[in-house]
Design a protein around this ligand. Structure first.
Ligand SMILES: [Fe+2]
Ligand SMILES: [Fe+2]
Length: 265
């Protein structure tokens, strides 16, 4: 697994982990992020059980696990939350934040460990990074794609972690930052059309994020948007019409073949 420092200033760092060449082909590639502030760390979307050993090895190159003060799960999916019991076993004092609607569901990943999760209210909240001088903000991103979903904004670095918003399905050697935005659209489009259920929710998120005006947007899959690509990405998202896939021709054709077979039985 590779890691790269994407922000470093005033005792405050962001590190991205990802592009694991040893990852099984069966699991989707994910990015994990760590914020290290005054020696205290916050882990964003820690990843699945399958990649836990690689993530742990890479993290310990940057910080001791004793200093992981909090974990934020943007939503409930297994590629984000299924490793939580392992993190809780390793760091018993860690505070784990996720949407209040998912606490009872994520607890199913407990594997014998009692997961004490802090349920984030729908309007979001401020999260301190341990006893450092830094707080991050959980920004509502409901229905983008999950019905209880948060982005994370860090005012010190002006970085926004966007979870699955901005996700792209990329080849293993893809760069960490988006280079050619128009080419990158092809790697994001299908994901958003299928996984994002609500155009209204996406537009509301874009409006919220334009007010925040982050310098970088970091998704859980794919590559980071920075510089002019931040606005290009928000503009693209604002024009996207999602939640229509099941009305398309693909499904109609599928229905014809599969349903007719069932009918005959
Ligand atoms: Fe997801
Ligand atoms: Fe994801």
């Amino acid at each position: 697994m590779k890691s790269e420092v994407i922000f470093d200033g005033d005792n405050h760092k962001w590190i991205i982990l990802g592009r694991d060449p040893e990852k099984s082909e069966q699991v989707i590639d994910t990015n994990e992020y760590i914020i290290v502030s005054d020696g205290q760390a916050c882990l964003l979307d820690p990843g699945g059980i399958e990649i836990f050993p690689q993530v742990l090895t890479e993290i310990t190159r940057h910080i001791s696990t004793d200093n992981i003060a909090c974990i934020i799960s943007s939503h409930q999916d297994p590629d984000i939350s299924s490793s939580l019991a392992m993190w809780t076993d390793l760091c018993p004092n860690v505070k784990v934040y996720c949407s209040w609607i998912w606490t009872g569901f994520i607890a199913h990943f407990g594997m014998g460990t009692k997961l004490s999760l802090i349920g984030v209210p729908d309007e979001g909240m401020e999260v301190p990074i341990g006893n450092s001088r830094s707080n991050v903000y959980l920004v509502p991103a409901h229905y983008c794609h999950s019905s209880g979903n948060f982005s994370v904004y860090d005012p010190k670095s002006e970085i926004l972690f966007s979870g699955d918003i901005g996700a792209a399905l990329i080849p293993p050697d893809y760069p960490m930052y988006v280079d050619d935005f128009d080419r990158h659209i092809k790697l994001m489009e299908k994901f958003h059309l299928r996984w994002m259920p609500s155009t209204t929710a996406l537009k509301n998120w874009v409006r919220r994020i334009r007010l925040i005006n982050p310098k970088m947007i970091c998704p859980q899959h794919g590559a980071i948007f920075r510089g002019e690509n931040v606005n290009k990405f928000l503009d693209w998202l604002d024009r996207l019409d999602v939640g229509k896939w099941d009305m398309g021709a693909e499904v109609t054709d599928l229905n014809k073949t599969v349903w007719m077979k069932w009918k005959k039985r």
